[in-house]
Design a protein around this ligand. Structure first.
Ligand code: BGC
Length: 757
């Protein structure tokens, strides 16, 4: 096969323009004359949604039978890169089998608010976790010579007005929170394609954003694939081609291709821009076409088993009072709730998989003695059915323990719209309270895509967050509840006490088409921990049937320059009597400085499996990015010089061990003028000032005290010494003229001397 460049060189301008949009809903445009076939792209992200005909992008029409893996809300809770890689590999094989060139995922937008209808499809509120897991999925799928499409680029954090909303985000917040996962997927994942989002970013549609799609993605991050539009995200196609949006999806039925053609003919768009876009599309298609393996087997039963095994690794044990869990064989257990028979295991919209089979908890329990079932509620109903409630209470009374399978029905959360509250259906809350009153050993297992308020939590002994666990969620639920495995999921997001506590409660959704991200970098746990705001369960939280202890935290160096790395090691021991997995979390807490920062941020995690009594050493390598914040003066990452605390924590709220490391960062370039205030002078500048001023410096105090502590000879009697000191610190250099009798010439000479110091 010829190279992309050769093929494009042989195309007419009309053929090239025709390639800039799909040939239909799911295919690229073929150029048969040149032997270039169409290739197919398909959703994503947690399985293969391949539609043969009657195409749509909202999951309305059926697609081929496939395997639904746990959704991203669940897989993120695994904190397990290997697991995400395995899911990616399985999807890659499925795509090969089904002749699909690109799987439309992963979806990695940050969970800014628990209200986002699409949170079930996204990974985390934390950019580091989201980035690490995104890289794993991308690499897994692409190891099978099938592309991924990292979406939705960028800052698509709400469904409300999703095709018109403008995400207004300051530079630092964008760099620290909303971009790093995409950066990782591009730089380390080497994703073949990106999908631009529907929304605008700071006034420009993502589909027309040259800085986003070209300067940043390609220029800074080295992305060498193509960018496709989200389905219907194109407004001005000509602007988009120039911006770096290569492929419009779905087909515009040739309409926009004509617009692009005319723009080139009239000299409004350069043909080189078109060539570049087409070359990228063809190049990525060839990566697949030259390695297509439709003979790859697809063993759906094996993938179903894998889905169940993995779902168990994602469940998060939130509460386990008195060791109510695990359930023991021989115990009489009342399983209550419609979800126990008809589980909610995936979200609605374009990611919706047509599962070839579903295993519910009751399916998984068939044949197990001592288990009874009561429906308890109608899944889609907010109103209590008294007959079902009474039946459930009777079942609970007759059992040793009750397990209520509850959560959110489909209509409560979906792609396409946001939630307006975090409540569960009232009928389920009433059921939990009634059953818990009837049986003190009640456990709640939740199936939901994003956090719910838990006003009932004190009435029950156990809570398991099962998220949306994929089509074999029943097997996984049984494994966790009955202790076939020890739960090892950790929350990839905070569960707040109430919606009102969330960082963007007052602004989420925005006004009209404008959504200002005014909470800045304080997203998720960065907000709650820094504010000491109580939460229901913190980010990173999760219990186990065994216990773990940390010891021997050490660093390879206690002082480094920011160009160097430091290795952090800690020993973790399984101190219980069951094998289990612990997620070792490393956070970095910055020194106190002028820059306003979260009190700690996740910079490393490792999941380790330990037999009872076993100890393993876990090591992390920290580099400049682990300590840096985004500096808007130099438009780059910068490290403040100082002592950083390296914290090994059970979760974002609970630090187990910590050790300091001194990191020296680069000095920021400074410029001084008459408006510079005294406290912002470097010690050298202060010394230069003192030597120039001699005794005249008087009230400005000792030149070497850069904290600004002053002698207040100039202070009036009404002003205490401390007040005078504080005021002098904030005095601009021009104050020497206003209050010190300095001439303008001398002031100018002073500024000059300070600049040269
Ligand atoms: C969604 C994408 C999806 C596409 C194709 C859009 O509505 O936002 O995530 O890949 O449809 O189904």
């Amino acid at each position: 096969m010829k190279t992309a460049k050769q093929l494009v060189a042989e195309m007419t301008l009309e053929e090239k323009c025709s390639m800039l949009s799909g040939s239909d809903f799911w295919h690229t445009q073929p150029i048969e004359r040149l032997g270039l076939p169409a290739v197919m792209v398909s959703d994503g992200p947690h399985g293969l949604r391949k539609q043969d005909d009657k195409a749509d992008h909202l999951g309305v029409n059926d697609s081929i039978k496939a395997v639904c893996f746990p959704a991203a809300c669940a897989t993120a809770a695994s904190f397990d890169r290997d697991m995400l890689r395995r899911i990616g590999e399985a999807i890659g094989d499925q795509c090969q089998h089904e002749r699909v060139a690109v799987n439309l995922g992963p979806a990695i937008n940050i969970k800014r608010s628990p209200l986002c209808g699409r949170n079930f499809e996204y990974l985390s509120e934390d950019p580091y976790l989201a980035g690490e897991l995104a890289v794993a999925i991308v690499q897994g799928t692409q190891s099978k010579n099938v592309g991924t499409s990292v979406k939705h680029f960028a800052a698509n954090n709400q469904e409300h007005r999703r095709m018109s909303s403008d995400s207004v985000i300051d530079e630092r917040t964008l760099r620290e929170i909303y971009l790093p996962a995409f950066e990782a997927a591009a730089k380390r994942g080497k994703a073949w394609t990106f999908m631009c989002s529907y929304n605008k970013l700071n006034g420009e549609f993502a589909s027309e954003h040259r800085w986003l799609l070209t300067d940043l993605l390609r220029g800074e991050w080295g992305f060498d694939g193509y960018v496709m539009s989200d389905w219907g995200a194109v407004s001005d196609r000509v602007k988009g081609v120039h911006a770096g949006l290569d492929l419009e999806m779905p087909s515009s039925n040739g309409e926009r291709d004509k617009v692009v053609l005319r723009a080139v003919q009239e000299g409004r768009l350069s043909e080189a821009d078109v060539d570049l876009a087409v070359e990228r599309i063809v190049d990525v298609s060839l990566r697949y076409l030259n390695n297509a393996k439709p003979e790859t087997p697809w063993d759906m039963e094996a993938d179903h088993e894998l889905a169940g095994k993995l779902a168990a690794e994602c469940m998060v044990l939130l509460k386990n009072e008195g060791g109510v869990l695990p359930l023991k064989s021989g115990e009489r257990v009342a399983v209550i709730g419609e979800f126990a028979k008809k589980p909610r295991y995936q979200g609605g919209g374009s990611s919706h998989i047509n599962s070839f089979k579903v295993t519910s908890l009751m399916d998984a329990l068939s044949g197990v003695e001592g288990v009874t079932y009561a429906q308890g509620y109608h899944a889609e109903d907010d109103v209590t059915d008294d007959a079902l409630l009474c039946e459930a209470v009777a079942a609970a009374k007759a059992a040793d323990k009750a397990v209520i399978v509850a959560g959110l029905p489909d209509s409560f959360e979906s792609e396409g719209y946001d939630r307006t509250h975090m409540r569960m259906p009232a009928s389920q809350i009433a059921l939990i309270e009634a059953v818990a009153a009837a049986n003190p050993n009640t456990v709640v297992l939740l199936y939901n895509g994003s956090p719910v308020e838990m006003p009932w939590i004190d009435c029950v002994k156990g809570v398991v967050e099962g998220y949306l666990g994929g089509q074999n969620v029943g097997t996984a639920s049984r494994a966790v509840l009955w202790g076939e495995v020890s739960p090892c999921g950790r929350l990839p997001e905070t569960i707040p006490l109430r919606l009102e506590d969330t960082p963007c409660y007052l602004t989420y959704g925005g006004e009209g088409n404008t959504a200002v991200y005014s909470e800045g970098v304080f997203v998720g746990y960065r907000w709650y921990t820094s504010k000491k705001q109580p939460v229901r369960f913190p980010f990173g939280y999760g219990l186990s049937y065994t216990s773990f202890a940390y010891s021997n935290l050490r660093v390879s160096a206690d002082a480094i320059a920011d160009s160097e790395t430091v290795t952090v090691s800690v020993d973790v021991t399984n101190t219980g009597d069951m094998a289990g997995k612990e997620v070792v979390q490393l956070y970095v807490a910055p020194p106190k400085a002028d820059v306003i920062r979260p009190i700690r941020e996740l910079k490393g995690f490792e999941k380790v499996e330990l037999a009872p009594g076993e100890t393993k050493t876990v090591s992390f390598v920290l580099d400049k990015r682990s300590f840096a914040y985004w500096n808007t003066q130099i438009h780059d990452w910068h490290v403040v010089t100082g002592d950083y605390a390296i914290q090994i924590a059970k979760n974002a709220d609970e630090v187990a061990l910590e050790i300091p490391v001194h990191v020296t960062g680069a000095e920021l370039p400074r410029d001084y003028d008459v408006d510079t205030i005294y406290m912002d002078l470097t010690p050298k500048a202060k010394a230069a000032m003192a030597s120039m001023m001699g005794a005249a410096i008087g009230g400005l105090g000792s030149p070497n005290k850069d904290d600004g502590a002053q002698e207040s000879s100039a202070a009036s009697e009404a002003i205490t010494e401390d007040m005078g000191d504080a005021m002098m610190r904030y005095m601009p250099l021009r104050g020497m003229m206003s209050f010190g009798g300095m001439t303008i010439e001398k002031l100018e000479a002073l500024v000059e001397a300070i600049r040269n110091a």
